[in-house]
Write a protein that binds this ligand. Structure first.
Ligand code: PBG
Length: 327
């Protein structure tokens, strides 16, 4: 054959492939989610997330030091609130001595340069496992009352010294309300990473095991988005940017690569993607059965998420990925 172009030339060796690779993962791409528990010196493996743990704060602080030494520079905190502080107001979420507030302070104290982000939503604090306040008679989630509660929660995280709040609740108007409250209270360097396009997804199942936060009734479809929809994601994201989000997010990641790309093309702020608990569990389970090569599945997944347009990736595989990138 006489061919004008032979596409295989730039694939012919590892060196050639590396030379023309468009997407390269680095430790700076990752946000590490951490699950925090009350108590001391306890470490609980999450049944549906083998190899991932919920740790007491003392162990979390050691873990954060290790992450920093590995070159991982940002973490996203989630707490498992004790049953006796849960109610339908979420008031524990703005307790200045609550687990989240203590965690932010202790971590910032121990590793001041680590970028600390906190989840903002009521589900760990809700007796109903919902992200907002429930109208018990109607069985609905109250938008405006929830935004008021979450504003107090956000301010208390800012007061504790968080770098970015990360609202995952999907109530309407929350980003504008939080930004206004941060400005009015002098927290002018607290960032907002908004879960902008967060879908009502079955892939959050293992996370709800980790925090014991599964909804007690119904589902989250009246606030999280329908996975059938694409344009709505752009709408949500543009509104969040308009209301003051510094970083926007698409969640989950692997089944939503099209959304990541569209959002990336639509905004000029950094885009993050959350490679969620169920996506972690799928790879772990298949690898455990010997059906997938775990390391390769991790790197291919994360590279694909970045290629789709994610500037940042929240992933439970951050440590494993960094180990592979270095070795
Ligand atoms: C809580 C929250 C959830 C996740 C992040 N924040 C669960 C949910 O919305 O039900 C999911 C993370 C994961 O699955 O890894 N608002």
């Amino acid at each position: 054959m006489y061919l004008q172009r032979r596409n295989r030339i730039t694939r012919k060796s590892a060196a050639a492939r590396a030379l023309v690779a468009e997407t390269i993962l680095t430790p700076n791409d990752f946000i590490v989610p951490l699950f925090i528990d009350e108590g001391k010196n306890n470490k609980t493996e999450i049944a549906s997330m083998p190899g991932y743990f919920r740790n007491s704060l003392d162990i979390t602080v050691m873990e954060v030091k290790e992450l920093w030494s590995m070159g991982l520079k940002s973490i996203l905190l989630f707490v498992k609130a004790a049953d006796n502080v849960k109610d339908n107001t979420g008031k524990e979420s703005w307790n200045p001595d609550g687990l989240m507030q203590r965690a932010v302070k202790e971590i910032k104290n121990a590793v001041p340069e680590m970028l600390v982000m906190t989840d903002v939503a009521l589900d760990p604090y809700s007796i109903y496992g919902h992200d907002g306040i429930v109208d018990v008679e109607k069985g609905t989630i109250l938008n405006d009352e929830t935004v008021e509660a979450l504003t107090l929660m956000s301010l208390s995280h800012a007061e504790a010294g968080v770098d970015f709040i990360a609202p995952s609740d999907m109530m309407d108007g929350r980003i504008g309300a939080f930004r206004k409250a941060l400005e009015e209270n002098g927290y002018t360097d607290t960032g907002i990473m908004s879960y902008s396009a967060k879908y009502a997804s079955c892939f959050y199942g293992p996370f709800r095991d980790a925090l014991d936060s599964a909804p007690g009734f119904g589902d989250k479809k009246t606030y999280q988005m329908n996975y059938a929809n694409r344009i709505e994601a752009i709408n949500e994201t543009l509104q969040d940017v308009e209301q003051g989000a510094d970083i926007v997010m698409v969640k989950p990641a692997m089944a939503y690569l099209d959304i990541i790309r569209e959002v990336k093309n639509a905004v000029t702020v950094p885009v993050s993607a959350y490679h969620v608990s169920g996506e972690y569990a799928m790879i772990k389970a298949a690898a455990e059965k010997g059906w997938l090569d775990e390391d390769k599945a991790i790197i291919e997944s994360l590279t694909s998420i970045k290629r789709a347009g994610a500037d940042l990736i929240a992933t439970y595989f951050a440590k494993q990925a960094v180990d592979m990138l270095i070795s």
